[in-house]
Write a new protein. Structure first.
Length: 135
């Protein structure tokens, strides 16, 4: 299992009139967590697309809103990879407020597309090389 925490302060422009994170912006937290978790182990989205010609579209999101995230709070975005990817990769995201209370959770599933053929492929071996030691 691999887990990575990333901190992000909630900006005014991300909130609604109540000062809560607008529900449509939670997906951006998943992306931030996913990108930074991968960067932490040496996997860059930029290289994934430009060098290896692989893109990872989201195919499923299951989200649970437990408590509101509030303007100017420093959130902790925890991204968890519970199993090695095969044809699909599944990330669990947990968002904690400044009191370290779980306020949101989500499961995000993505698959791999070869950008040159536009076909689904299995997880690239260069990604698996970085991930295997973590499991």
């Amino acid at each position: 299992m691999y887990s990575f925490d990333f901190k992000k302060r909630l900006r005014y422009g991300e909130t609604d009139m109540m000062g809560y994170l607008y529900y449509g912006n939670y997906a951006q937290l998943y992306e931030i967590g996913r990108v930074e978790a991968m960067r932490n182990i040496g996997l860059l989205y930029r290289d994934l697309e430009l060098v290896y010609r692989i893109m990872m579209p989201v195919v499923h999101v299951d989200a649970r809103f437990l408590l509101p995230a509030k303007y100017d709070e420093e959130l902790t975005i925890r991204t968890i990879l519970s199993e090695l990817p095969t044809k699909m990769i599944s990330f669990t995201n947990e968002v904690y407020n400044e009191e370290q209370r779980l306020i949101h959770s989500a499961m995000v599933k993505l698959f791999f597309i070869d950008m040159d053929t536009d076909k689904r492929v299995s997880c690239p071996e260069y990604m698996l090389k970085k991930l295997r030691p973590l499991f």
